[in-house]
Design a protein. Structure first.
Lengths: 286, 61
């Protein structure tokens, strides 16, 4: 019973932290710049309150809470995916062609993720309908968590080429998501080894890291953001992202123009090959 | 200091990704062994144990 009280305390703290993030996003007029992230934060506040009411009224172990929780979680995962896309677009704002390529890839990844999750839920060995729902949502959630880790890794490795540093807000939001995603994936792995007896402790650990993620977002939203920086490496040579952007833009322009392009049996492969060749050639010249 | 933070984050992301990829997909094994926590720090129900009655109230009743 004491552990359940701790669940409610952590719940209340995380709710306060989420409300804080929403208020600060609103007051700093950042909801226009990060509309999906703002929607996500607001959704966490509303869904957390709804689940608290349902949990209090119907109990945490009943069907009502179970279905409410997993339905809300599914929407939350969709919004998390939207935030990844939003941060990716903001980071690649100067490179329109790369951004367009990213949009196309995101669309396909979304479709594939949904298909795989539905297939896993339908064909998996889950013993009953509730377990099938959980399996489908968990599969989707794991994909999104991996992508959140990947996004932060991308910013950490290529942030200097994008003019992003640890002090930038976009970086900070990605850091909150990446930190929570990595700790969540590790916790899931540990729990898979220990077993369901650890479920409550596991929930508490997850809540703790969630509060830490909210704290990270609040910190980055409150503090003033520096202007995008120009790294010495960016000024010395043309960054690889810029070369890719130019090559993709040229490829798109030639592809959409009336120029004959059916010179090979596979025009798509030919275009990709030419684009890569162009990027590499420019790399050698610079 | 900044480099230490960066290196720590890179290591955490790699460990997280490895943990996520090495754990069996929930639907491939018993989903009860790979349950997770939703965003928002809410309590995760692993399975409904009994249908609830309206107004039964209280935690873990």
């Amino acid at each position: 019973m004491a552990a359940f009280s701790l669940v409610y305390i952590f719940w209340a703290v995380s709710l306060i932290a989420e409300i804080g993030v929403c208020v600060m996003l609103w007051r700093k007029h950042l909801r226009q710049r990060y509309p999906i992230f703002f929607t996500y934060a607001l959704y966490q506040v509303i869904s957390g309150s709804v689940l608290a009411v349902i949990g209090r009224a119907a109990g945490l172990e009943g069907f009502t809470y179970f279905y409410a929780y997993w339905s809300i979680n599914a929407v939350s995962i969709g919004l998390s995916f939207g935030v990844i896309y939003e941060l990716f677009r903001i980071a690649l704002q100067p490179y329109h062609a790369l951004r367009d390529l990213g949009t196309m890839l995101f669309t396909w990844v979304t479709v594939m993720m949904l298909l795989v999750s539905i297939l896993l839920a339908v064909t998996g060995p889950a013993p009953n309908e509730p377990m099938r729902v959980v399996a489908g949502v968990l599969s989707l959630e794991r994909d999104v968590r991996l992508m959140q880790c990947g996004l932060l890794l991308f910013f950490l490795l290529f942030g200097s080429k994008l003019g992003l540093t640890l002090r930038h807000r976009t970086f900070g939001i990605a850091m909150g998501f990446g930190f929570y995603a990595a700790t969540d994936l590790i916790s899931v792995s540990v729990r898979a080894h220990i077993g369901p007896e650890w479920a409550l402790t596991y929930s508490l650990v997850g809540q703790f890291f969630w509060i830490a993620a909210c704290g990270t977002w609040a910190y980055y939203v409150v503090r003033p953001e520096p202007a995008p920086v120009m790294m010495p490496s960016m000024a010395a040579t043309r960054p690889i992202l810029q070369r890719w952007n130019e090559a993709l833009a040229e490829a798109t322009a030639s592809y959409s123009s009336g120029a004959p392009r059916f010179d090979t049996p596979d025009p798509f492969t030919s275009t990709v090959e030419k684009t890569v060749e162009r990027v590499l050639r420019k790399d050698i010249h610079n | 200091m900044k480099n230490i933070v960066r290196a720590s984050l890179v290591a955490l992301m790699l460990v997280g990704a490895y943990a996520g990829l090495s754990t069996p997909a929930p639907a491939m094994s018993n989903p009860r062994n790979a349950i997770t926590v939703a965003d928002g720090g809410t309590y995760t129900p692993t399975s409904p144990t009994s249908p609830t009655k309206p107004g039964s109230g209280g935690v873990n009743n």
